[in-house]
Ligand binder design. Sequence first.
Ligand SMILES: Cc1ncc(COP(=O)(O)O)c(C=O)c1O
Length: 339
Amino acid sequence: MTRLVDLRSDTVTQPTAAMREAMASAPVGDDGYGEDPTVNTLEARVAALLGKEAAVFVPSGVMANQMAMRVLTHPGDVVVAGANQHVVDFEMGASARNASIQFALVDDTSGRLDLDRVVEIVGAEADHRAHVGAVAVENTHMPSGGTPWALDDLEALARAVDRPIHLDGARLFNAVVATGVSAAAYAAPVTTVMVCLSKGLAAPVGSLLAGPKDLMDRARVERKRLGGAMRQAGVLAAAGLVALDTMVERLAEDHARARRLADLVAGTFPESGYDPASCRTNIVVFTHPDARALVGALAERGVLAGTLAARRVRLVTHVGVSDDDLEHVAGVFDDLARR
Ligand SMILES: Cc1ncc(COP(=O)(O)O)c(C=O)c1O
């Protein structure tokens, strides 16, 4: 059988044996009544980890982002966000449909938002522009190649705008491991924060939205409206608890392997202008004149990659990718370079 190395996303990760065991033996109850002890434990643990009053367990990161949009804004509001962020560009227009908001887009090529531009947009209210209900940021910032925010930049943003900030932390733990900044420190300047357990942490399902208690009470109502209230969800929360116990520190291995991939990309595709030093977590995003053709050629050789756009290729490392797999990828890149 041909070897397959799956670099499409860290969402392809499989639950570990310890997760499956914890799922099988988890105490559960009806979370609709707030009676699932495992869900309650996970929510309390994540709230504490993020230094927030409360957290709500949801099936997906998209749902958590959408609940945040609904509780932080009113219909017709503007949300300032990076043009390439997930909540803007990868949620099928959900924020327009679910929260009736419009985005004011800021350049986020570098992974951070231009502070002056954000301040300008918020200030434009004085010139008869729509009310800015919130600012949304993403950490790590996926489309720029998993860039972690500098805590100083996030704190400066929070000081400069008197609006709630929502942090999409689908890969917040990657940022924590890459920078040494704690999850609570990253969450302190923002009002709401979403974290995913189902990406690099390898749980099968689950994200949480955390924030002040009154907002999280309202978020629970929005979860219900979106159809995301679950019942004996402790079977899923149990895997999430194991993910937090066992899968955070090892993200450093994914980062080291991504750096190896980054070097391979820079060596094989010098015309992409890709700087391997820009790879700080588990994602490599680079420019190629025909991204889809390249992804097709890689797939024929057993390396699965993804595209973000017609000229943007994405490679993601995760627990299912070994050093040996990377040697296989190196061979495939070599083969492509010689053609
Ligand atoms: C940055 C970011 N935010 C949110 C999400 C949404 O998470 P989910 O797939 O669990 O809905 C993703 C998914 O990959 C993501 O990369």
